[in-house]
Design a protein around this ligand. Structure first.
Ligand code: FES
Length: 154
């Protein structure tokens, strides 16, 4: 299931990590980058590849919000709604994005371009409210900044 070049990366990583469990997150990340999400089939594949029980892999995939069990849109907007962001208006930002994109939390737009999710604290409380798209943080958000961001990604 992993491409040949990713399998080569796994073999290189095996030399650097003392146990196969330590390889789990890098391998899951590779699968997500390659496939767009980590399906049940991919979790079983990873278990066989690293000799790790499926239940452990499922626990890891469901624990980390950056790991996706189902396909997401081209732009996956994750709005932090934890305490600092909530106190600084993340609820209004979420509502605004829902109206602007015509999707609710957990949905994917019909054109497959957008997915909207809530997320827990991403360690950027000092610049709340914030959201993340992929590995990019967007901080000190206002509704105007959100509009500009969405416009720039259209
Ligand atoms: S509460 Fe939002 S980044 Fe910490």
């Amino acid at each position: 299931m992993l491409s040949e070049s990713n399998l080569n990366k796994v073999e290189e990583l095996r030399k650097r990590y003392p146990t196969t469990q330590a390889l789990l997150l890098p391998v899951l990340w590779m699968i997500q980058e390659q496939e767009g999400c980590i399906s049940e089939e991919s979790m079983k594949y990873t278990g066989a590849l690293l000799n790790i029980p499926y239940g452990h892999i499922l626990g890891v995939v469901t624990f980390y919000s950056m790991l996706q069990k189902k396909a997401v849109g081209k732009h996956h907007i994750e709005v932090c709604t934890n305490v600092s962001c909530m106190l600084r208006g993340s609820g209004k930002i979420l509502e605004h994005i829902e109206k602007r994109l015509g999707i609710k939390i957990g949905e994917i737009s019909q054109d497959q371009k957008w997915t909207l999710s809530e997320t827990e604290c991403l360690g950027s409380c000092g610049t709340a409210p914030m959201l993340v798209i992929g590995d990019e943080y967007y901080e000190n958000l206002t509704l105007e900044k959100v509009d500009k961001l969405i416009d720039s990604l259209q």
